[in-house]
Every structure is written in C-alpha cells, then in structure tokens.
Design a binder for this molecule. Sequence first.
Ligand code: FDA
Length: 311
Amino acid sequence: MLREALLAMSASDQARALIMATPLTRRVVARFVAGETADDALAVSARLIADGRLVTIDFLGEDTTDPDQAALVADEYVHLLGRLSAENLSSHGRAEVSVKPTAVGLGLADHGYKRALANIARIATAARNAGTTVTVDMEDNSRVEATLRLVSELRADFPDLGCVIQSYLRRSAADCRVLASAGSRVRLCKGAYRASEDVGLTSRAGVDRSYARCMRILLAGDGYPMLATHDPRLIRIAGTAAGLAGRAPDSFEYQMLYGIRPAEQARLAASGAKVRVYLPYGSDWYGYLVRRLAEKPANLALFVRALSSRH
Ligand code: FDA
C-alpha cells in the first residue's frame, strides 16, 4: 500500500513541487545522489574507482516534454564523457553512463522515437571516443517495447550499447533469451515501477523467482550480464549460478545504487568480483528519490527525520 502510494507520488507534479521546495530534503538526497553538477559526479566517481569500484553515471531527469531540453540532456552527457576521458576515468569502461530514454525525448509527441534515437547515438559516439559504454535504463511498462526497439536498432552501430530487463514483467524471461547473445550487455533488475497484473508480477516472491530465472538464462548465455540488486539472497544465488555456468569473475558484474549497501559493495569487490555503482547527479532528483523511498520504508523514516530536524 505504502509503496503504491509513493510510486503514485513519484508521478505527481504537486507533490514534486512541495518536496523539492523543502531545503531539508537535501540531506536525504545527498545519501543517494552525488550532487548537482558534473564536478560532483566526477569527484565521487574518482573516489569510488580508487576504491576498486566501477561506476555508471546518470544525469537525473525523465519525461522530458521539450525537444530542446532533450537535446540539452544529450549535450550534458557528451560534456560529462569528455571530462571523464580527460580525467582518465572512462578508459576500459571504468566509468560509463546510464541514460533514461524519456530524458532524451522518447515521450515527445513530435517524433519522440527518432529524437531519442539520435540523442542516444550522439551519447554513444561520445562514449566510444572516451573508451566506454552506455546503458539505456528501462522505465515504466509503457516504454518497454520502444526502448528495446531503440537498443536493438542502435546496436547495429554501437554493439556494446547496454539495456535493462526488469524481472517484475512477465515477458522478461523471454526477453532474456533473446538478449543472451554474444556482445550483448544486459542489466537485470527487479524493476522500480508498477504494472497491471496481466503484464507484471505483483508478489515479492514472484518477482524474486523471476529474477533468479532471468539471471540463470543470462549467465548461461554468451552475453555480459550486469546483475543489479542489493538482495542478499539473490546475490548468493548469483555467485552459485555464475560458478555453475563456468563464468570467470570478469565475465559479468554486480551493480548497486550509490548509497545503498556500501559495505556489501566493498565486500564483493574485495572478493574479486566486478562491482559497478549507479551514480546519479543533477538537480532533477525528485522521481529518483521517491522510487528509493518506495523500495525501503526505513528510508521514509530517514526522510521524515530530516524534514522535522532543525539542522
Ligand atoms: P529489494 O528491493 O528486495 O531490496 C533488497 C534489499 O536491498 C533490502 O532489503 C535492503 O536491504 C536493500 N535495499 C534495496 N533498496 C533499498 C533502498 N532504496 N534503500 C535502502 N536499502 C535498500 N529499475 C528500473 O526499473 N529500471 C532501471 O533501469 C533500473 N536501473 C537500476 C540500476 C542499478 C545499478 C540498480 C541497483 C537498480 C536499478 N533499478 C532500476 C532499481 C531496481 O529495479 C530496484 O528497484 C532496486 O534495485 C531495489 O531492488 P533490489 O533488487 O535491491 O531488491
């Protein structure tokens, strides 16, 4: 119930205006977000990389309604990738970027698909020049078909363009079978959105079972699986399944969000596994923050404490 309410809130303009105007929210935001500028993202990336982690940087924003704004988002990524390269953080994919299709235009009424395609191609070109890759995030269910089509079309020119599969969708095992091929980079996550019961699984156990099934398909295939979860049970299953599939430690990676289970990130990295941290930055943090609150009620308590604190 609480999760449903929070996810509804993530799409509410009124709630967005109210919460973003509250200065004390920023303390909670700082736990999950690098900061507002590319400088902030670079500084945190350098620290994480020095600590043995990989990063994927997300410039916050989604559901762009203005074509110029969509182009500006792509400009920001191009600029960021240039700086990552200049600071020697992007070589060998140590820092890559994650892009939300609706931030670069997918939802625009006027040629949204074409604009998103062109903007992601521009970002992928900058990534290639910087010696790294792009992963295309997956948003709500209404965007899944178009996003997979975008990735498939762009992979003709950018074979290492990554995509995301969400285990809460009933279609996902079938999508994994299609995507578990050589050169394909697939991030598997549970999914941070809602969907009706005909397309989405609604029980936690069902979503977890689907995750384990998708994970086995990806690990048994020829692609590069990126296992994005903080769930201790699924991380244990991943270790066993990777061993059974004969996977070398550098042939797949774990991924976690910045600020969530950092000790587990460090433990996995110390064990020899590749661990990538999803690192968002920017001022448009509202939707991202509310989805993190929806995932864990304890975060809501942190948020309420920050709101009621005088400091
Ligand atoms: P689950 O939610 O069951 O959490 C397991 C445990 O992890 C919790 O018990 C807690 O200990 C810890 N935890 C999880 N979330 C927490 C939080 N917010 N705060 C504190 N602790 C928390 N989704 C999507 O729809 N599209 C996408 O493109 C992506 N991309 C993406 C990239 C990466 C690198 C990650 C890690 C995740 C995503 N996600 C995503 C989000 C994902 O779908 C999912 O919502 C979260 O990862 C939470 O799910 P878990 O698998 O961690 O399990």
